[in-house]
Design a protein around this ligand. Sequence first.
Ligand code: KIV
Length: 315
Amino acid sequence: MTARRSGTRRAATARPRVRAVRPPRAKPATPRRVAPVPPGGAATASPMMRAKVTCTDLLAAKRAARKLVMVTAYDHPFARLADAAGVDLLLVGDSLGMVVLGHSSTLPVTMADMLHHARAVARARPRALVVADLPFMSFQVSPRQAVRNAGRMVQEGGVEAVKLEGGTRMLPMVEAIVRADIPVMGHLGLTPQSVHRFGGYRVQGRGEAAGKALLREARALEAAGCFALVLEAIPAELAAAITAALAIPTIGIGAGSACDGQVLVLHDLLGVNTEIKPRFVRRFGDIGRAAQDAIAAFAAAVRAGEFPASEHTYR
Ligand code: KIV
């Protein structure tokens, strides 16, 4: 079970704004198209040196053995923070259903939900490549439906690529979307939209037959035109074999260290979700605790009559 399936997330609330006094205008953003920086080198590169990441950059990163970094993003402020931290890809994952909308699976997530969040992320105009999930039942019906919804994600959501879950059965959909010139990221292994077929959130691809089947599916997705492939919750050895067999990059989550890149759900790595920590998650921060402490400090200051002080008061 992955942390994002715990259904215990809390959404950030918007800060009320005082309209009477306008803050000074923010300085215009640093121009982005100065010089290309290869994916994987972003975190150490100067912001002045950063150029937009493209799908072809990712292939080059694999050839140069530079690890790719992807995190999920569901809103504007975290898209900006993750981009400033230098990630290569931002994924508007359908995990948003569990992480920020409080559903107990990703199945209720709609195109409307995805577009709403994709637009918020795209408005950050990140340097990172923005990929959005096609949610359950938005592509499975037919190639025509898949192209229509992938097109909406690009035109209305402002993203640069879509991701869809599934292997061989999804090849006609992948091919149709790629023919429409929309880049597709595949997703194999524990594909959460198949939770009922799997009978739960379980590691996939264990055993020789299942491993070989997954390798075949990975090759087929590459042949269908995918530019990258997420491998979720599969044995590390199998992920290594798939990674070695493909020219396109693999991005692992619970798939070991041999993948060409890694992805984590942002709220898991930040420590916003603290109730369940699956084996493959490392908490790189304790933002949940920090947020709760800050809110408690605000409450205490209000109750003690210490806030607002004179410096927070208009005359
Ligand atoms: O929806 C999601 O967040 C994902 C990633 C974890 C790969 O699919």
